[in-house]
Design a protein around this ligand. Structure first.
Ligand code: AMP
Length: 398
């Protein structure tokens, strides 16, 4: 477990505290259309404010590419953030320089200000020391609550942590504790379920997982590549034939060195077309017709997956088992998600799931609130599972 300071380790009363939040929310016509990041981010801000800190919030929004582009202004976030906090939020039209200084100097104890989009300055994404120093002059203490951007070494996530006494915010803390419990010091046996479209995007993930988990369930489009590598015909399915050697190497290493059991589909839901309501059938995995695509794992595979997971205590999940956006190809993902969620609620499993599509798949299955932790941080979650050091997290160590 990374040793990092938490909010309770900081004496914040009367101090200016710069909080790197993730307020990268969807905005349409100048209105915020999705509040979840604001609601989740408010916890740390509320706590700091109630402890008498002068709270200075900074975030990125979208990709303005280092230019002041008002399509990406954080101004629309002010009102919903104030509502979530139950107190007014001041806004500084720039995140550094005289405008920011004036707003921050005007804060009393417990007051909150939001700074304009960090990425209006190209130096932010370059982890520029001078830009980090300018940000640091606005505060006495630094709190990073943006796990979702901590896989990038940016001035507001990495360099600044070396300039000010630093701590993790509550969201960052929850994320690090959940991920550590699942992979760094898990209750064994541990299983990972990995699905999604392609092997090529999750190669490092698979390579790292086989050395950490006891059971690896492979589903989704990527399972086709593994089946193909075993000499099984997958018809017209999505399949990265050029990755067959890599898939074979992963299976061999899992078996011989890592002591990890790999579970591949034994049956499949196939169709000739990929559209809602297209005629589909369930076939044994060795009988996939040449003119059909595998679009979901079949019911016998779900039963086998459940049998393999049953003795486990910890489950890590990234990627859907099938093309879940289009029924009926959501059946296996929904069934397995419900089964895992039930056991998690009963205290039998600790379950950590994450990644953009996985959040959507869990919501589709109606189990969002029933897992131990559901991480919305796509890239950062994957890099953590790949075993990489996240610069924004490493900078908090000590
Ligand atoms: P990823 O972003 O790698 O997690 O991939 C998620 C996507 O994989 C989803 O949009 C699914 O529809 C897609 N997917 C899952 N299984 C299959 C499959 N058997 N064939 C084609 N696409 C799939």
């Amino acid at each position: 477990m990374v040793a990092f300071k938490k909010l309770e380790d900081l004496d914040v009363k009367g101090k200016r505290v710069l909080v790197r939040a993730d307020l990268n929310v969807p905005i349409r016509d100048g209105k915020v259309t999705g509040l979840s990041r604001i609601v989740r981010g408010a916890e740390t801000l509320r706590e700091l404010s109630s402890r008498g800190a002068r709270v200075v919030v900074c975030s990125h929004l979208g990709r303005p590419k280092g230019e002041r582009n008002m399509e990406f202004t954080l101004q629309p976030v002010v009102e919903p953030l104030a509502e979530a906090l139950g107190r007014p939020v001041a806004f500084a039209d720039d995140c550094v320089g005289p405008v920011a200084e004036m707003v921050v100097n005007g804060l009393g104890e417990g007051d909150v200000a939001l700074l304009e989009n960090l990425r209006f300055h190209p130096e932010e994404e370059k982890n520029d020391p001078e830009f980090a120093r300018k940000l640091a002059t606005l505060a006495d203490l630094y709190v990073n609550d943006a796990f979702s951007t901590s896989h990038r070494a940016h001035a507001s996530t990495e360099y600044i942590a070396h300039l000010l006494p630093s701590a993790a915010g509550r969201l960052m803390q929850a994320e690090l504790e959940a991920l550590s419990a699942a992979l760094r010091s898990p209750k064994r046996p541990v299983a990972a379920i990995v699905g999604g479209a392609k092997v090529s995007t999750k190669l490092e993930l698979l390579g790292n997982l086989i050395t950490h988990v006891d059971v690896l369930v492979i589903g989704g489009g990527m399972a086709n590549t593994f089946l193909y590598a075993k000499g099984i015909s997958v018809g017209n399915s999505l399949c990265e034939k050029e990755m067959a050697d890599t898939a074979r190497a992963i299976m061999e290493k899992a078996e011989t060195e890592a002591g990890c059991r790999i579970i591949l589909p034994m049956d499949a839901v196939v169709a000739r077309e990929f559209r809602e309501g297209a005629p589909s059938e369930i076939v044994p995995i060795r009988d996939v017709p040449e003119d059909s695509m595998i679009l979901d794992v079949g019911p016998a595979s779900v039963t086998r997956i459940e049998e393999a997971l049953e003795p486990c205590h910890t489950i890590v999940w990234n990627g859907p088992l099938g093309a879940f956006e289009i029924p009926p190809f959501d059946a296996a993902t929904v069934a397995a998600a419900k089964w895992v969620a039930e056991r998690t609620k009963a205290g039998k499993f600790l379950t950590v799931a994450g990644g953009g599509d996985t959040v959507a798949a869990m919501a589709h299955a109606g189990v969002t609130g029933d897992l131990s932790y559901l991480s919305a941080a796509g890239g950062a979650f994957l890099e953590w599972l790949e075993g990489k050091t996240l610069p924004g997290v490493a900078a908090l160590e000590g």
